[in-house]
Ligand binder design. Sequence first.
Ligand code: F6P
Length: 462
Amino acid sequence: MSQEARLVVVSNRVAVPKARGAAGAQGGLAGALNAALKDRSGVWFGWSGEEAEEHSGEISTQTTDGVTTATIDLSKRDVDEYYNGYANSTLWPLFHYRLDLAEYERETGKGYERVNERFAETLHPLIEDDDIVWVHDYHLIPLGERLRSRGVKNRIGFFLHIPWPPTRLFVSLPYHERLVRTMLHYDLLGFQTQEWLDSFLHYCRTELGAEVDDATGSITLDGRTTIARAYPIGIDWDHFTGLKDTGDSRQAEQRLLSSTRRRTAMIGVDRLDYSKGLPERLDGISRFFDRFPDRVRDLVFIQIAPPSREDVESYQQIRALLEQKAGQINGARSEVDVVPVRYVNRGYSHAELYGFFRAAKIGLVTPLRDGMNLVAKEYLAAQDPEDPGVLILSRFAGAAAQMQDALLVNPHSPDDLSHAIATALDMPLEERRRRYEALISTVRDDNVQDWTSNFLRDLDAR
Ligand code: F6P
């Protein structure tokens, strides 16, 4: 591809390294986009995360660690309707197969369209002739079409970081056709896995009557053709594994080891989100202690769960439920010198997480549904190859498609989880090494740099 082309990345939230701090709170997108912009000229455009009295249209630019960002504030009404409302109370639950939690309000739908229009209006003057524009995630689905309507002819790609639901669920969204038709204005559409891609192609064929070629991912409707493909995202391997020798990671590792002593540490790190299967995870742990009460002296579970989207009611409910469940297990199983569950409501830096992962002999990643899940990959990347820990992974995480040698579980089943924990605790070194060896090459080789260059190569070829 032409190295000269400037890259314009657009996402709802913009998070440069300095402002990042709590890695566990950010999801994988922020790290991936920082890595994508590090080695090329470009700009990252999005919401500052701040609420202003009124939308002023003012752009603030900043360059940190070689990444230039351009951000705008949103008004309180915009945040309520677009971010808390349509994006996180309608699309997020629906795309994670949670029809029971999906709300549809006409006003929030209008707010979503208004903010996408605002993004287009503010971004348009910043786009230069040869720029490549790369839009990210469910907050900004209509943005490409909004830019086209303003005459932008540049190549524009879109990547969805979360699952795409099966057609039978997706059609419950009012005006679903309108939303998907806007997507066909992008030149290239990226999904995390073949499964989400297949669901999208199925929708285009059956609901829109588009001409779809499964082999190439080409979708033709009303004389326009777009291409849709799967590009599984990876971690920034060099950066993450480079944290091994930092003071922060060593200190974090020691802190965990000395506080758990002879007990095996099992760790989970997730934004506090109902899609992550946290109550179900605690039910599995509770079942494990019911079946093996003596093992309360063998195992300590550390759940790091930084709060997320706290203005959305379903997130407030999940937080209350988790506090209750963690309290119940500890109330029933603790001794004066043993507390089985450490539930921590804050985020940690990547270096600290590296240290915690290395000290924990079991990594528990059990979302009910997840686009990819980079915690699974980071957990493995932090392991000691001579004495690696065991990854327990939900079969419903996008990562499972690439990580069949993890201990795959059904996160809805407490028995399955309990059985996997027992298997992981007792797994001989030889089997741990064999599984680690089988998994680590995809984590190392299918990294975020690859993901970026594969997507941009295909976009450049359009
Ligand atoms: O990966 C999904 C995602 O919604 C990203 O778009 C986002 O950066 C991350 O999760 C964290 O979510 P939020 O920006 O709502 O805190």
